[in-house]
Design a protein around this ligand. Structure first.
Ligand SMILES: NC(=O)c1ccc[n+]([C@@H]2O[C@H](COP(=O)([O-])OP(=O)(O)OC[C@H]3O[C@@H](n4cnc5c(N)ncnc54)[C@H](O)[C@@H]3O)[C@@H](O)[C@H]2O)c1
Length: 450
């Protein structure tokens, strides 16, 4: 049984702590937030993540998982200290490392026995070396330690399954013995383990997120072109995805990426490049395309219903993606704000995010279910592709609305079906399906003279 401490009990840290304890280790999870730790001691989760409450409860009951705000207590017998604190965007797009720095200084103050510090937070390339310097210069007395980078690839909404069944574990260190010990911790996960140096491991995380964001912006650009030329982006994605070199994932056109990772990580990588005098053209284009998606929804809506002043608009979904309550950089916030600025009244429903969303969306009326949300609406916007929205009673929604106008920001419905139900429906890039006048495209075909 290894002694592990996980610092930060957010989306990554709490899942890491619960999963490592489930693998049979003794884990103490630490956070500076008294509220979070007191709640966890009562088995109240600070975040929504499917399956987490049961996993935490089981491991606390088995005596393998405990919670504290005390660094001296957490450091007392720890062999491995995982850092999983936030690294938000700074003012110029750089990663703000103040939480990582604070953790490094406090670890240095309280460590008494040799320690392996493992960084799971997404941090700029070079942070591992910087972290080692902070620890050694703040130690009360010299105690040996090593730094290992272990970037996290889990996704909110499926975090436990992602942690337990990773595609790979990447470990970066300049101390092969420490990396080997951390590799041993990950062996039960039966995934390929890649050992590399610190900076390369840190870059693998940024490059992976930037690539996935690129796929999303790429398909959104293709969706824009589909709209003009009459092709259907949903089918284009399927047709592309069969090609093993491309793969079917992250090819869903829509409102674009949001959340706590892609926006800040692409920005931070572009910042790192620019800081070294490089011109990150592709990353800049990925961000530009993504930034256009939110205003585009509002302008599409205006094409459908005219001026928004005095209208009531319903939002289906608030979180940045399904199965999470995470509202960080969710498109719903920008879209709601823009609708309100143009004089619309906004109402919303989300299966789990409304409590977190309410303070971020002043003036937005939260409703108990999708049907009360639709009541009296001039239009409904799909913001989040929650599965339960795919199975709504759409005839009931239609009858409750003032006029049956639906803009599908995630392309979850089939245009023909919605139109047959009497909806004025549009999605992103649905080609013929998005335009009532198919003839518009037929006229475009240029035939070479015989
Ligand atoms: N959320 C994701 O899906 C995801 C996925 C992969 C990687 N990451 C990366 O993991 C890191 C953590 O992300 P998150 O979403 O879990 O963050 P989060 O904001 O949900 O949680 C961070 C936690 O750290 C705590 N904290 C802050 N300073 C502290 C300190 N000095 N000592 C102890 N605790 C402290 C906060 O109170 C909070 O509970 C980030 O770098 C992020 O980029 C996140």
């Amino acid at each position: 049984m290894k002694q592990i401490c996980v610092i930060g009990v957010g989306y990554v840290g709490l899942v890491t702590a619960a999963c490592f304890s489930d693998l049979g280790n003794r884990v103490i999870a630490l956070d500076i937030s008294e509220e979070r730790i007191e709640g966890l001691k009562r088995n109240e989760m600070p975040i929504y993540e499917p399956g987490l409450e049961e996993l935490v409860d089981r491991n606390v009951s088995a005596g393998r998982l405990s919670f504290t705000t005390s660094y001296p207590e957490a450091m007392e017998k720890t062999e491995f200290a995982f850092i999983a604190v936030g690294t938000p965007s700074g003012v110029d797009g750089e990663a703000d490392l103040r939480h990582v720095a604070a953790v490094a200084r406090t670890i240095a103050e309280y460590m008494r026995t040799p320690l392996i510090i493992i960084n799971k937070s997404t941090v700029p390339v070079g942070t591992g070396d910087w972290l080692a310097e902070i620890v050694s210069s703040n130690q009360a007395r010299p105690v040996p330690f090593s730094v290992v980078s272990c970037p996290e690839f889990l996704r909110e909404g499926s975090a436990i399954s992602d942690f337990m069944n990773p595609h790979r574990t990447v470990l970066g260190s300049l101390d092969p013995e420490a990396a080997e010990k951390v590799a041993q911790l990950h062996l039960p996960l039966r995934a390929p383990i890649m050992l590399t140096d610190l900076r390369t491991a840190e870059m693998i995380k940024y490059a992976s997120n930037a690539f996935l964001a690129t796929k999303i912006s790429f398909i959104n650009e293709i969706a824009n072109i589909c709209e003009e030329l009459g092709a259907d982006i949903k089918e284009v994605s399927v047709g592309m995805g069969y090609d093993k070199r491309i793969g079917p994932f992250f090819l869903d056109a829509g409102l674009g990426y949001g959340g706590s990772c892609f926006p800040k990580d692409v920005k931070a990588l572009a910042y790192m490049a620019a800081d070294k005098g490089r011109h990150p053209q592709l990353l800049n284009a990925v961000m530009d395309i993504n930034n256009d998606r939110r205003p585009m929804v509002v302008s599409r809506l205006k094409e459908m219903i005219g001026e928004l002043d005095g209208c009531t608009i319903g939002l289906l979904g608030l979180s940045f993606k399904p199965n999470t309550d995470d509202m960080r950089d969710s498109p719903s916030v920008d879209v709601a704000k823009s609708l309100q600025e143009q004089g619309a009244k906004v109402r919303a429903f989300d299966p789990v995010a409304m409590k977190v969303a309410a303070p971020l969306l002043p003036g937005v009326e939260m409703t108990p279910d999708p049907y009360s949300m639709a009541e009296g609406c001039d239009a409904v916007l799909v913001i989040t592709d929650w599965n339960e929205f795919k199975h709504l009673d759409l005839e009931r929604i239609r009858d409750l609305m003032k006029q049956p106008v639906l803009f599908d920001g995630r392309n979850i419905y089939e245009p023909e079906k919605l139109r047959s139900l009497g909806f004025n429906y549009r999605g992103f890039g649905r080609g013929y399906n998005d335009h009532m006048l198919d003839a518009e495209f037929e006229q475009d075909v240029v035939v070479a003279p015989a």
